[in-house]
Design a protein around this ligand. Structure first.
Ligand code: NAI
Length: 243
């Protein structure tokens, strides 16, 4: 039996795709909002015997996110979870970060979580149930240069998580964040190969983090077992930082 639909942004690739596969294995139907085609994710979800829907959605667009919410309502089982995973992380010094870059990063990473929540909270309120998981990053607690826009956006995500939790808890909606450490994805390798050499050594569990290592946290936060956990940020980073 379906546990309802889990909506995941940016799940055509990387860690988001792994969240999709795990939540499908948990019994959720999956709806993916991404700016690129999500056929590979569809195959993983359907292999778990679950329904799949995806559309090309830019999470920075109020129209695009609203339209996606009505399409999901028309095609899928009731929405039970929303994972705001879509994110970008350009590697730039403060000096090289122009205002356009700043706005783009804040827009995808923070406005995206806001707009998707605007689109899906009303449905969750109607159902008196919902799980929202926002994706932060442990860079927020680290000495990590060349990431001003990114770290600011992820700090915003943590603040948004805390604040939204206070407003929707009475409607059966829990809002939490996962903060992954450096995780092995194609995009991250393309942006900075060097950190994979030294950063894992600083973790209590001193090896590279794979997406599969962290999906269990999102699984828990989307489950009924997390019923009394809200407004929290959980670091999934092999023990590099302590919150
Ligand atoms: P990725 O690049 O593999 O996947 C990101 C996905 O988001 C892509 O499929 C991309 O098409 C999509 N996307 C980008 N802009 C979008 C937009 N405007 N609307 C809809 N979709 C959009 O990235 P990765 O590495 O899997 O990261 C996923 C999330 O995890 C991001 O929020 C990132 O900040 C966060 N994170 C990643 C870490 C890592 O080491 N890989 C560490 C900590 C956090």
């Amino acid at each position: 039996m379906s546990k309802g639909t889990a909506v995941i942004t940016g799940a055509a690739n990387g860690i988001g795709q792994a969240y999709a596969q795990r939540l499908a294995a948990d019994g959720f139907d999956i709806a993916v909002a991404d700016v690129v085609d999500a056929t590979a994710t569809r195959q993983l979800v359907e292999a778990e015997g679950r329904q799949f829907f995806s559309a090309i959605v830019d999470v920075t667009s109020p129209e695009s996110t609203k339209k996606f919410a009505s399409e999901v309502a028309a095609h899928m089982s009731p929405v039970a979870a929303l994972v705001n995973n879509a994110g970008i992380y350009p590697w730039k010094s403060f000096e090289d970060t122009d205002y356009e870059t700043w706005k783009k990063v804040i827009s995808v990473n923070l406005d995206g979580a806001f707009l998707m929540s605007k689109a899906f909270v009303p449905v969750m309120k109607n159902n008196h149930f919902g799980r929202i998981v926002n994706v932060a990053s442990t860079t927020f607690w680290l000495n990590a240069p060349e990431m001003t826009a990114y770290i600011a956006s992820k700090g915003g995500v943590i603040g948004f998580t805390r604040a939204l939790a206070s407003e929707v808890g009475a409607f059966g909606i829990n809002v939490n964040a996962i903060a992954p450490g450096l995780t092995n994805t194609k995009t991250m390798h393309g942006i900075n190969e060097d950190i994979f050499e030294y950063l894992p050594k600083q973790q209590a569990i001193p090896r590279m983090i794979e997406s599969q290592d962290i999906v269990g946290v999102v699984s828990f936060l989307c489950s009924t077992d997390s019923g009394f956990v809200t407004g929290q940020t959980i670091a999934a980073d092999g023990g590099q930082i302590r919150i």
